[in-house]
Write a protein that binds this ligand. Structure first.
Ligand code: ATP
Length: 255
């Protein structure tokens, strides 16, 4: 469904992404991980052209997104949902209105947009919060509105840029449960940039590891985190072992 080929992006003299190639199949969940600043956000933002690449192509069902004009891009973006770290909700609008807004602005009938928005908000468990404004919702609920806004279009592809990074650990779990559900449901292909190892371990079909702008390793979690071939992969393996051992020892002792 998605084929990204040889992306290259430079900011001034800094090469943020180089030789970045990736495929995502229909309904597949790809988790993109790597150290802070390695180019993950830049890479996924190029896919829907929030950032313009210097080189490379992004083929969505055979159509190169990079070559599209503004009108064509607007249509393609309806098939690509994007969930940001900061929810970017409009404070004076209700949850329902926040989800409806983009659809109505792109010319959809109010009633159709409302039905789609209610359906999406129900999928993320917010059917009883339709009339709440962002200020009346927890961070986790606000992010679920952000997810519903992307889901309402029934996108073929969802891009997630650290969707839990600004939440406390309890709210993180609330959002991860929704994300895991969507990943298992396989309605959309997903590229998820996240540092949440449990999510990656539980639902990723494929892990893609980046370091200094490039992909250094990819494969199933059971291979990448057990028999890594890159330095970064080795660090994740050590981290998982450390977290498993320390949690178990702290709770149950050494026996
Ligand atoms: N608009 C920009 N102008 C200049 N430099 C940028 C810009 N956006 C990103 N960069 C730089 O490009 C590099 C890659 O940034 P990017 O945000 O893609 O990394 P990341 O892996 O997503 O990091 P994090 O996990 O911290 O979000 C970094 O060195 C960053 O400072």
């Amino acid at each position: 469904m998605l084929t990204v080929q040889n992306l290259y992006k430079q900011f001034g003299s800094l090469v943020a992404v180089r030789q970045f190639s990736l495929t995502v199949g229909k309904g597949e969940t790809v988790v993109l991980m790597g150290p802070s600043g390695c180019g993950k956000s830049t890479a996924i933002r190029v896919i829907n052209r929030l950032i313009e690449p210097d080189e490379g192509s992004v083929l969505l069902n055979g159509v190169n997104v990079i070559g599209l004009n503004a009108d064509e891009l607007r249509d393609v973006r309806k098939r690509i949902g994007f969930v940001f770290q900061h929810f970017n909700l409009i404070g004076r609008l209700t949850a329902l209105e926040n989800v409806m807004l983009g659809m109505v602005m792109s010319g959809m009938q109010q009633d159709t947009a409302r039905d789609k928005a209610v359906e999406a908000l129900t999928k993320v468990g917010l059917e009883s919060h339709l009339q709440h404004k962002p200020g009346e919702l927890s961070g986790g609920q606000q992010q679920r509105v952000g997810i519903a806004r992307a889901l309402a279009y029934e996108p073929e592809l969802m891009l997630w840029d650290e969707p839990t990074a600004s939440l406390d650990p309890i709210l993180v779990r609330e959002v991860l449960v929704v994300m895991e559900d969507l990943a298992r449901n396989r309605a959309s292909g997903m590229i998820v940039v996240t540092h949440e190892l449990p999510f990656a371990l539980r639902v990723a079909d494929r892990i893609v590891l980046m370091d200094q702008g490039s992909i250094v390793e990819e494969g199933e979690p059971s291979r990448v985190f057990v028999r890594p071939v890159s330095e970064i992969g080795g660090k994740y393996k050590e981290l998982i072992e450390y977290q498993m051992n320390t949690s178990a020892q702290s709770l149950y002792g050494n026996d």
